[in-house]
Design a protein around this ligand. Structure first.
Ligand code: ADP
Ligand code: MG
Length: 696
């Protein structure tokens, strides 16, 4: 038997059936998967800081011995179990604590030598490291030469696999198989941009010789990911350009009547974007357009207009949103705005499809969709389920696109014969950046807010103002308004020194706000549960909603006039802006209060910027400048396919990859040349849903 990268991971020494199962949970089945399972970070163990030299607030590695008398388990006042040790090196002693991990006492025993990785902060008695990562140093660790005296990879792991075991397994996989890694990036492209070959890149991603090698390796991997993505986008665009879509011939009378019936006048931006969409929909290529606009810029009415273009031309439209509560809100608004609007003398019919409908209602609505008795159906993910068939879908609208994967979007489109597609996002991104990362779409931007909207007033306060803030909230609640309190974490155990949603909810409902009804939502609640509480808040049955950042974008709660964000310095600017977009949706003046520790000057500046700047696009630009695109987009890559590394750390690479991909496609539009077959195979493997594009 020849060795292959597709060999099961069990071919590696040390991987038996039970470990193979653990690997499977990490998404690793074969050698190639393992090669591309890159470290979460690296630790430079050639460079260990002495305890006396530790700088507060920085991530650093120290090495020391656990002191016998230092090991202790105690209880925090809120019932947290705290395990603490004292570690000593030749320069000083260091206090380390872990929360709710009492079992650590079985590992971190007296006189053990340990490596610790974390941040020190000054608390009460002296310097302390909270919840540091650790590894125990023993002869085995020293012997392997993978864990010590070098730059060491640190992986994301499940509890059942140790760093040390994984390093060893990766090493033997590299030894046995690395020579089989074939380069899919054409040689001339590699040469033009000075890219490492793939074998060296993989090797240096896991066990970098030094920081420079790691960096070069990372650049190569990022490029590869970007290149594949841009090839897919490029193929997709080319295919779309050759595809016959629907030429919508709308009934101008219906459209004019709709505009006349609106309770407001469209902004110039809305008018412009409507024209862009109208032109696309009348054209013979399928529309594939991203509509971006700040929270409250009025995307829904634009989307509804697009739906009416389809409907008045004799087609159906589907409007998909990520949660039931959002879908219900859209359904109510849309149905309201369409009442009295007729095409060919008959009322335009809307329908609602969500997962919580009972079977009978679901069957009924599916039948109506299939028979064409519904013109516009508004629904959740349920819309892309198999049993939903349309009579003649002309337009698919997808709201809050980052909540849906690319494949879900494609599935929605596959419900019709090349329908037009409008994708909406409330996360403003500077235009050139949007064009780079969403290069398979055309982009429309609503860069203007409706007139007469009261901008949310934003303030930055420190802790001393807390009582004043509570009083201010109470005044609002007394006037029957509602309020949000937002926290960066759910539980205190995550970080002891931060206020957390759960405990603050308990505190506040017992003390300051005991006369009011409070609700709690956070990310560990099931979506159903979250929806239920949000609904109660929307209906006014809850006065104050305590939450983490999970509160949905897009939900209208006109009566909510105050939002307090605690530890605001911990949030990104764009995120703060998104959060405050949940208030200020009614006719009342709304207030957003940022409670922040007066930490660094930089964070004070950032908060000042958000207090003064109401425009989401400008804020996004600032945020990008400050944090760079990797942080800005976070791990969730905004609806682009799952990638192996965060490519957004390197926008220049994306640009180059885009040009190279398009050059390659110019030369070989269907990727049929023999030298490109490696690429084709990889694309097939990595993006299974795109198969039809590649073979078309
Ligand atoms: P978003 O872009 O965040 O989805 P919506 O479409 O929900 O915003 O619109 C927010 C609110 O603004 C809705 O109540 C909508 O009816 C209203 N609206 C939309 N366009 C205008 C306009 N041109 N003038 C006044 N109000 C508008
Ligand atoms: Mg919206």
């Amino acid at each position: 038997m020849y060795k292959q990268l597709s060999d099961n991971i069990r071919y590696i020494k040390g991987v038996g059936p039970s470990r193979a199962q653990i690997f499977q949970k990490l998404g690793i089945e074969n050698i190639e998967d393992l090669f591309y399972y890159f470290p979460r970070r690296y630790e430079d163990r050639t460079n260990i800081t002495e305890i006396a030299e530790l700088k507060p607030g920085e991530l650093q590695t120290v090495k020391g011995k656990v002191l016998g008398f230092g090991q202790r388990l105690s209880y925090h006042k809120k019932g947290l179990k705290i395990f603490e040790i004292i570690v000593e090196d030749k320069s000083a002693r260091l206090h380390c604590v872990w929360f709710n991990q009492p079992y650590l006492r079985n590992y971190l025993k007296a006189s053990k030598e340990v490596l610790l990785y974390g941040k020190v902060d000054f608390r009460g008695k002296g310097f302390q490291m909270q919840n540091p990562e650790f590894e125990i140093i023993d002869d085995a660790l020293r012997a392997e030469n993978l864990n010590y005296g070098r730059i060491v990879p640190v992986y994301s792991l499940s509890e059942k696999l140790s760093q040390r075991v994984l390093r060893k397994i990766v090493k033997s996989a590299l030894d046995g198989y690395l020579s089989l890694a074939a380069d899919i990036i054409p040689f001339d492209v590699r040469r033009r941009h000075n890219l490492l070959n793939i074998a060296e890149a993989i090797s240096n991603m896991h066990f970098p010789r030094d920081a420079l090698h790691q960096d070069t390796a990372f650049r190569r991997i990022v490029f590869e990911e970007c290149f594949l993505l841009q090839l897919i986008f490029g193929l997709r665009r080319r295919i779309l350009n050759m595809t016959a879509g629907i030429i919508h011939k709308p009934d101008e009378g219906v459209l004019a009547q709709f505009i006349k019936g609106l309770a407001f006048e469209l902004t110039d931006a809305q008018k412009r974007v409507i024209q862009e969409i109208k032109q696309d929909m009348a054209g013979k290529r399928p529309m594939h357009r991203l509509l971006q606009g700040d929270v409250g810029s009025g995307k829904t009415v634009v989307a509804l207009y697009a739906c009416l273009i389809a409907v008045s031309a004799g087609y159906q439209a589907a409007f998909m949103a990520p949660t039931e509560i959002l879908v219900e809100q859209h359904y109510k608004n849309i149905t309201g705005q369409l009442s009295g609007l007729k095409k060919n003398g008959a009322q335009i019919r809307t329908g609602l499809l969500t997962g919580s409908l009972n079977t009978k209602d679901k069957e009924k609505i599916c039948r109506q969709i299939k028979n064409g008795e519904i013109d516009i159906v508004i629904g959740t993910h349920s819309l892309i389920q198999q049993q939903v068939e349309f009579k003649n879908l002309g337009l698919a609208v997808i709201d809050e696109q980052h909540k849906f994967g690319v494949y879900q979007r494609l599935n929605m489109q596959s419900k019709g014969v090349n329908p037009d597609c409008l994708i909406m996002t409330a996360t403003p991104i500077p235009r050139t950046l949007a064009m780079t990362i969403y290069s398979d779409m055309d982009i429309s931007t609503l860069d203007q807010m409706p007139k007469g909207r009261l901008a949310v007033k934003t303030y930055v306060f420190t802790e001393e103002k807390r009582q004043w803030v509570y009083d201010f909230i109470k005044d609002n609640l007394k006037n029957s308004r509602q309020c949000f309190m937002v926290y960066p974490i759910i539980d205190e155990s995550e970080k002891l020194d931060l206020r957390a949603a759960k405990s603050m909810y308990e505190d506040l409902s017992k003390s300051v706000f005991k006369d009011y009804k409070l609700g709690l939502v956070h990310g560990r609640l099931k979506q159903k549960q979250r929806d239920l509480i949000m609904r109660k808040f929307k209906e006014g049955k809850i006065d104050m909603l305590v939450s983490t950042v999970v509160i949905e974008v897009g939900i209208d709660i006109p009566n909510a006039t105050v939002m307090v964000i605690e530890h605001a310095e911990r949030f990104g600017l764009a995120q703060l802006h998104q959060l405050r977009g949940r208030i200020g949706r009614g006719g009342y003046q709304s207030h957003c209060i940022l409670l922040a520790e007066s930490s660094s000057e930089e964070s004070a500046l950032r908060l000042k910027a958000i207090a003064e700047e109401p425009d989401g696009f400008k804020i996004a630009e600032r945020d990008l400048e400050i944090r760079g695109p990797g942080e800005f987009f976070g791990r969730r890559q905004h609806g682009i396919p799952e990638l192996r590394v965060n490519v957004l750390t390197d926008l220049a690479a994306i640009k180059i990859a885009k040009d190279e991909a398009s050059g390659l496609l110019d030369a070989d539009p269907a990727l049929s040349l023999r030298q490109n077959q490696g690429l084709v195979n990889t694309l097939r493997k990595r993006f299974p849903e795109y198969e039809k594009l590649i073979t078309a």
